[in-house]
Each structure stands twice: as structure tokens, then as C-alpha cells.
Design a protein around this ligand. Structure first.
Ligand code: HEC
Length: 120
């Protein structure tokens, strides 16, 4: 009985062990391309997927809107955008009620800000 239990546990670990591994976690440098990050392609998509539910003009949570480039630029410039997604102390950690953005998405946002937060 005990052997059977150990065996099934082992089987469980070996077959399911890789189930949750994401390519991005396993090969961060291979799949994360932060060159040529664009507002219209990358930044807008990350925000639409993770933030817009609370930061659309209609939702306006915390009085903060991230609908278009001009909106996002304000928080890119004052440091709050990167501070909040990197969970830097003294900023409110974003997104509220969800897990931190992936390292790759944070790196892309940061690369975009460091390149001048262009409307590209
Ligand atoms: C579930 C709702 C919700 C989601 C999702 C969310 N926010 Fe927020 N956000 C808020 C609220 C509410 C506040 C105001 C918090 C406060 O002032 O205590 C806020 C505040 C902020 C601030 C100001 C932070 C500061 O330190 O002053 C920024 C910047 C921000 N959000 C960006 C984002 C970004 C970027 C995302 C997506 C990665 C996101 N938020 C996702 C609700 C949300």
C-alpha cells in the first residue's frame, strides 16, 4: 500500500512536474526581446491586458487613466508607472488583486520608458 502511494506520488511529480513551467520563466533571456519596444505594439497591449479594467476613463480608479499615450506618459515621466509595476516601496503595487507582471513585461515597459516613452 505504502509503495503504491510512493509510486503514484512519484508518477504524479514526474508527469505533472513540467506542467506549469512557462517558457518565459525557463528561458528569460531567450524569449524576452526588449529592443525596439513600441507603445502601440507592446506597452498598450500590456496595459490593456492587465490595467485597463481599473484605469480606463470610465473606471478611473485612483483617479488614474491609462487609455492613451498622453495618459501613460504622465506616469512614465513621474516614475509611478515603473515604480508601481516593479513593486518599489513608496509606490502602490500594481496590478491590484493580481500577480505581478512577468519579468519580461516589466523589462519591456522599463525599456520603453528609458527610450523616452515615445508615442511609437
Ligand atoms: C483592480 C484594479 C486595478 C488594477 C488591475 C490596476 N490598478 Fe493601478 N490603481 C488602482 C487603484 C485603486 C489605485 C489607487 C491606489 C491608491 O492610491 O491607494 C491605483 C493606482 C495606480 C498608480 C499610482 C500609484 C502610486 O504609487 O501613486 C499607477 C501608476 C497605477 N495604478 C498603474 C497601474 C498599472 C500600470 C496597472 C497594470 C499593470 C494597474 N495600475 C492595474 C487600481 C488598479
Amino acid at each position: 500500500m505504502y509503495r503504491l502511494l510512493v509510486f503514484s506520488l512519484l508518477l504524479c511529480f514526474t508527469t505533472l512536474g513540467c506542467y506549469y513551467d512557462s517558457e518565459e520563466d525557463l528561458y528569460p533571456n531567450v524569449t524576452c526581446d526588449t529592443t525596439n519596444v513600441k507603445y502601440s505594439v507592446d506597452v498598450k497591449a500590456i496595459i490593456n491586458n492587465n490595467c485597463i479594467g481599473c484605469h480606463s476613463a470610465a473606471a478611473n480608479q485612483g483617479g488614474i487613466q491609462l487609455e492613451n499615450h498622453a495618459d501613460v506618459l504622465k506616469y512614465a515621466t513621474n516614475g509611478k508607472l515603473i515604480g508601481s509595476i516593479k513593486h518599489t516601496s513608496s509606490y502602490v503595487a500594481m496590478p491590484i488583486g493580481a500577480s505581478k507582471l512577468s519579468d519580461c513585461n516589466i523589462a519591456k515597459m522599463e525599456a520603453w520608458v528609458n527610450a523616452g516613452s515615445l508615442n511609437n
